[in-house]
Design a protein around this ligand. Structure first.
Ligand code: SF4
Ligand code: SF4
Length: 679
């Protein structure tokens, strides 16, 4: 983080100009389960927040409520690949955390500690406004009662509630260079709240049982994530097909029949709200989960019968569901996630949702850099309306404020004062109520306005062409070109679209030269014809394997064929990791004067050692060894190990590939996950 910021004015490839600073004149803060967050936005439990760097990226870009990726007892998942298709509206076949429980915990603790460090050094450069830093980590846990009650999951939740042991362990790992942070008072209570994910088809009794267990035995606040199937198949199909035109999307009756039914949802939310109150905890609902539909895309393996829909159509479906739910249970707080982007975020804020989480949009070109615009658009709308706080914004944003005031505040001086403030250029509803000793009415006023705003926003999105199928069918264009290890059109899309920041940019020298291979003939190593090796660009892309879960998103948006995470040089974070996964790729180690590198190219293993002081390289495939003048890529001598088979040939292009890639990623002018650990 620090080296990259110093050298390239970015952190985990997010440019500093995309960091969210927050407008000092506006208060966008919200309260979620009784805790303050500086704004309501953050990533939904998904591919964007399973690793420490995800958490940092989300935070720098403006997230202040982060729903961490769902954990579950089954932490040895095998997910079909590719698993994310965000080319049009958003489909996926992935689900929970792919790390082991203890690894997830380490990533979340590390992410929280890194945020504490960023706050401490004020990387955002905002000495006057620490109010913009208040952040909530929201655990996400799935999927059934037996798993959630299991010892490992209980311990995991307890460790998030008090992470002291894990904080101390990571504190010891802070390198000497950053020893000043070893004494930092790091956050230990990472989270005391959970958003519950259940399986599609999870019985009502089981959902209720899990939430009761979490509220009463784990002593956490709970948000339960509900499914869009609650709208009923007929209504979902009508919206999808007749209103929005997604006729190719097919729902299945069994998914609606098996899922939680409408009456059950109302009954359990009533009972659970009561249980929460009795235990001094809070309970709310989240709309919504993705929609299960038949897999009609060739993108995913044909073995997958269903896939999960998100993005634009889900936004419309879910807002309709919210409207229905609010008519039945207006008092239950709602967390929202469904096709949120910078254009509809201000309207979501106008509906009083807390938090408002986003996922599909951040998988599109720009990645996390898309997030600051959400908040900028909200801030712009707030200024245009003359409001300074989010509560006042909810009241004024959809022209329902006067009606909300009349419904909540009895006729008289206070009501008139509020109506006067609402019509003024500097709205101050809370202050007006405070001055008249009626501050307690403010939350009710905001809630009433959010309810009145709901049909207004639902009607608006239903009529907006941008949610319709014809506007969401365009897939990213591929050009007639195939990736290889070096050179491409350098669009750099693969870097920010990676939710894990696994792809990175590095530089190589240009290279064009004929080369010869080396073969053993009659007991002597001789030069034999090779080819021409050419690298035409300095700007290159590499992949850090330890961060990559092969979701395929960078392939989706890369204009060339082949997939950056497959074709570009793959670097491992340790020799053990390189040995454990028998894929093409490299591990390199910078030592005092010598760089050592292990490589696998088209399944053949190579080793390279470079003595930088003497400019000497030793390259071998384990049978033939070539000594070189490394800076010139020029062979000096070649020999064979005893026992090498007659005719065995060493591919010298493998050396050229390896030398260029390794010198490039170890170049200290740029920071990347490979040289960060070695510089
Ligand atoms: S690998 Fe693909 S997405 Fe990445 S920079 Fe090259 S062309 Fe663009
Ligand atoms: S590098 Fe590509 S495949 Fe790997 S995690 Fe990132 S987006 Fe997914």
């Amino acid at each position: 983080m620090f080296r990259e910021f110093e050298r390239e004015a970015k952190v985990f490839d997010l440019p500093a100009r995309k960091f969210w600073h927050g407008a000092p004149d506006l208060d966008t803060s919200v309260t979620f389960h009784g805790q303050r967050a500086s704004n309501p936005v953050g990533p939904a439990a998904g591919p964007q927040d399973q690793m420490a760097q995800n958490i940092v990226l989300a935070w720098l870009a403006g997230s202040r409520i982060l729903e961490l990726k769902t954990i579950q007892i089954n932490d040895r998942l095998s997910i079909p690949r590719p698993c994310i298709d965000a080319t049009t509206v958003g489909y996926n076949v992935e689900w929970s955390q792919e790390l082991r429980l203890e690894d997830s915990l380490r990533e979340y603790v590390a992410g929280s500690m890194l945020i504490d460090i960023l706050k401490e050094v004020n990387l955002l450069g905002r000495p006057s406004d620490p109010d913009k830093d208040d952040t909530i980590l929201d655990m996400s846990v799935g999927y059934d009662l037996q798993g959630i009650r299991s010892e490992p999951v209980r311990l995991w939740i307890e460790s998030m509630k008090d992470a002291s042991v894990h904080v101390e362990a990571l504190r010891q790992q802070i390198p000497d260079e950053f020893r000043r942070f070893r004494d930092l008072d790091f956050t230990r209570r990472l989270s005391d709240q959970i958003t519950l994910s259940t399986f599609h088809g999870c019985p009502a009794g089981e959902i209720e049982g899990i939430v009761r267990f979490l509220l009463t035995e784990m002593d956490v606040h709970v948000t339960v994530k509900l499914n869009p199937t609650l709208l009923g198949q007929e209504r979902v199909d009508h919206l999808l097909h007749d209103v929005l035109g997604y006729r190719e999307v097919e729902t299945r009756a069994q998914d609606f029949e098996k899922d939680l039914q409408w009456e059950q949802a109302l009954e359990i939310t009533d009972r659970l709200s009561e249980v929460a109150r009795a235990h001094g905890r809070t309970f709310q609902v989240k709309f919504s989960n993705t929609l299960v539909v038949r897999n009609h895309r060739r993108f995913f393996p044909a073995t997958e019968e269903v896939m999960y829909l998100s993005g634009e159509p889900l936004h419309v479906l879910t807002l309709n569901l919210v409207e229905k739910y609010r008519q039945a249970r207006p008092e239950v707080p709602i967390s929202f996630s469904a096709g949120v982007d910078n254009r509809n975020f201000p309207d979501c804020a106008a509906l009083g949702f807390t938090p408002i989480t986003t996922c599909t949009d951040l998988l599109r070109p720009g990645g996390y850099a898309r997030l600051p615009k959400y908040l900028e658009n909200l801030e712009e709308r707030m200024r245009a309306l003359g409001v300074r706080t989010l509560g006042d914004y909810v009241v004024k944003s959809c022209a329902q404020g006067a009606e909300a005031i009349r419904r909540v505040v009895p006729p008289g001086g206070t009501q008139e004062a509020l109506l006067g403030s609402l019509a003024s250029e500097r709205v101050a509803l809370r202050e007006t109520l405070e001055q008249r000793g009626a501050a307690h009415l403010f939350p009710r006023l905001v809630q009433q306005a959010a309810l009145l705003n709901t049909p207004v926003v639902v009607a608006k999105v239903g009529a907006e062409p941008r949610y319709r199928a014809e506007q969401n069918r365009k897939e990213p264009r591929k050009i007639d070109s195939r990736l290889w290890m070096f050179d491409c059109i350098n669009c750099d899309k693969c870097v920010p679209v990676c939710p894990n920041d696994a792809n990175f940019i590095y530089e190589t020298g240009l290279h064009r030269a004929a080369y010869q291979n080396y073969a053993l003939h009659a007991g002597t190593v001789v030069a034999v014809p090779g080819g021409v090796f050419e690298v035409k660009k300095e700007h290159q892309i590499a992949n850090f394997q330890d961060f990559c879960n092969e979701c395929g998103n960078c392939d989706t948006f890369c204009p060339e064929y082949g997939g950056p995470f497959i074709e570009k040089p793959r670097f491992f974070g340790s020799l053990d990791a390189w040995r454990a996964l028998p894929r093409d790729g490299f591990f390199c180690l910078r030592q005092v004067d010598v760089d050592a590198a292990w490589g696998r190219i088209r399944g053949v293993e190579y080793h390279l050692e470079v003595d930088r002081a003497r400019d000497r390289g030793l390259f071998t495939d384990g049978a033939i060894r070539v000594e070189l003048r490394h800076s010139e890529r020029r062979p000096l001598t070649a020999s064979a190990r005893a026992g090498t088979a007659e005719g065995h040939t060493l591919d010298f292009a493998a050396y050229l590939n390896m030398a260029l890639a390794i010198d490039g990623v170890l170049d200290p002018r740029r920071a990347n996950p490979v040289n960060a650990a070695q510089a």
